[in-house]
Unconditional design. Structure first.
Length: 254
């Protein structure tokens, strides 16, 4: 009797276990199906707005970038397909401007056209217009020498001598004293500005030549300078010679 009862109990337990097994399998299958649906929803998510640089995991970051590239290609393919469909229907399709240097260049408000009348008038009224037109040669000292200080005094002396010679020639050839005084004042003021920028002792001779020409053109006494005088004395002499000139001639050469 006891053996029969045990056999009946074991059979009952096995039947209950067999009946419970499908439920467990169904539960596992339902959970796996929900996981698959959630994973598919994650795949459908637009990852183009996600910043991959904020993802620390290297494998996940690479996967996100790869998915972003795929989504970008898919979006371009769909746009291309839609454009072809519209073109086949005869609809007007707006073409996008390619990103080139010229298309991405921002307009500059300071740039004017070549045929701008206002800019042409300003160029004509500019004080350096004769230099730009080639009517007047500017006196510049441009050098690539590493020791330009050695060549600068010689250049300045030459420029001063040329200015003094031009002033003396103008004083001899001019019919009126105003033109000669203006030419001499221009030479004197030019040398004064140069002597302020380059206070070399060798400027004394050049400044003296220009001041002497200015004083001679103005009808005043010819000042004298010694070789050992400082450049400050040369500047003072130039200012004195320029002060002897008339105000009209000074205004004309400013």
């Amino acid at each position: 009797m006891v053996k029969r009862r045990r056999a009946a109990v074991e059979a009952k337990d096995e039947g209950e276990a067999a009946a419970a097994a499908p439920k467990r399998q169904l539960r596992k299958r339902s959970s796996s199906s929900s996981n698959s649906s959630s994973s598919s929803s994650k795949k459908k998510k637009d990852l183009r707005t996600v910043d991959p640089t904020k993802i620390r995991n290297k494998a996940r970051r690479s996967a996100v970038r790869r998915q972003q590239q795929q989504q970008h290609k898919e979006a371009k393919r769909l746009k291309r397909k839609e454009r072809k469909i519209k073109e086949a229907k005869g609809e007007k399709v707006e073409r996008q401007t390619p990103n080139t240097i010229e298309s991405m260049r921002r307009p500059d408000d300071s740039m004017v056209a070549e045929d701008d009348a206002e800019a042409a008038e300003a160029e004509e009224a500019d004080e350096f217009a004769p230099v730009f037109r080639g009517e007047k040669t500017p006196k510049l000292f441009i050098t690539t020498s590493k020791s330009a200080a050695a060549a600068a005094p010689l250049f300045l002396e030459t420029a001063a001598a040329d200015a003094a010679a031009a002033a003396a020639a103008a004083a001899e050839a001019a019919a009126g004293a105003a033109e000669a005084a203006a030419a001499a004042a221009e030479a004197a003021l030019l040398l004064h500005r140069v002597s302020v920028s380059y206070p070399y002792s060798s400027l004394v001779t050049a400044a003296a030549a220009a001041a002497a020409a200015a004083a001679a053109a103005a009808g005043g006494p010819i000042p004298r300078l010694l070789e050992g005088d400082s450049s400050g004395a040369a500047r003072g002499l130039l200012l004195q010679a320029a002060a002897d000139l008339s105000e009209d001639s000074l205004q004309g050469c400013n």
